[in-house]
Design a protein around this ligand. Structure first.
Ligand SMILES: Nc1ncnc2c1ncn2[C@@H]1O[C@H](COP(=O)(O)OP(=O)(O)OP(=O)(O)O)[C@@H](O)[C@H]1O
Ligand SMILES: [Mg+2]
Length: 254
């Protein structure tokens, strides 16, 4: 382990320096170390992620359910939870406390919102960093050191088409490359056909045909879908898929 500059500052009495004023070089080294710590912290939001109770329940449910819905009010951490989980699957860096779904290979994932702008400003921002500041890409949930490549989209300014992410490579996890692509519901079902995926994240409520298409993409891998949103449209088709007959009946009465 590296020792701090303060610890390694010279202490020979023959140097003639006062112990109250460390040499300029040691001060510089110390400041550089602080800056490096700050940079690492900002570049590793994933390691710093501590889920709230409902977020933890949502993650844990992934161990046994292929399809999950995190339906909650505004600003309760839906997008952050989705982003943290996606960053774990992409990198293979699952924290000690993790009880949710685990993929043991590199993955292909999608993250989607209603429009290109919405996808850029929510999942992309949380996963990669502020869309308008390319120099800050790598400060989102996907650690900067795991981003191999970013491929620009052809739609909204600053919107990415996809991100190539380094997977594994530490301990006994074999290294590989995961690919995350950004999609939007507005493009319609045709754009949702084709690829085989390990997971699809809907960061808003999707129309039923888009949801089904996304789910179908994950069938061959036994993959997962997550839906994170605040219900504004009442009980839609997609929400109904997640409710039991008893729950629907109770809602009808009440
Ligand atoms: N586990 C957590 N620890 C610390 N901060 C958190 C956590 N979860 C969410 N937050 C913070 O709470 C705020 C709201 O989070 P987020 O954007 O994920 O919520 P949301 O439910 O998606 O909001 P919206 O309803 O606007 O879509 C953000 O500032 C986010 O960083
Ligand atoms: Mg959100």
């Amino acid at each position: 382990m590296r020792r701090s500059a303060a610890e390694s500052a010279p202490s020979k009495p023959s140097s003639g320096r006062s112990s109250k004023s460390p040499p300029v070089n040691a001060k510089k080294e110390y400041l550089a170390l602080l800056a490096e710590l700050d940079r690492r912290h900002r570049h590793n939001q994933l390691a710093a992620y501590k889920p709230y109770e409902r977020q933890a329940e949502f993650h844990a449910a992934g161990a046994v359910n292929r399809e999950r819905l995190f339906m909650a009010g505004n600003q309760l951490g839906k997008t952050r939870a989705g982003g943290a989980e996606w960053a774990m699957h992409l990198t293979g860096r699952y924290p000690q406390w993790w009880q949710g779904k685990v993929f043991d290979t590199a993955v292909r994932l999608w993250a989607a919102g209603v429009t290109g702008e919405g996808t850029r400003d929510n999942p992309q921002r949380v996963l990669v960093g502020p869309p308008q500041q390319q120099s800050a890409w790598g400060t989102g949930m996907i650690p900067g050191d795991a981003i191999v490549d970013t491929i620009m989209g052809r739609g909204a300014p600053g919107a990415l088409d996809s991100v190539v992410v380094r997977h594994g490579g530490g301990g006994d996890v074999q290294s590989g490359e995961s690919v995350l692509s950004f999609k939007s519901f507005e493009k319609g079902r045709e754009k949702w056909q084709g690829e085989t995926l390990h997971g699809v994240w809907f960061d808003e409520e999707p129309p039923l045909d888009i949801y089904s298409e996304g789910l179908t993409r994950t069938n061959a891998t036994g993959g997962i879908t997550i839906v994170t949103f605040t219900p504004l449209l009442g009980m839609s088709d997609v929400v109904m898929l997640f409710l039991s007959a008893g729950e629907v009946e109770r809602m009808g009465k009440g």
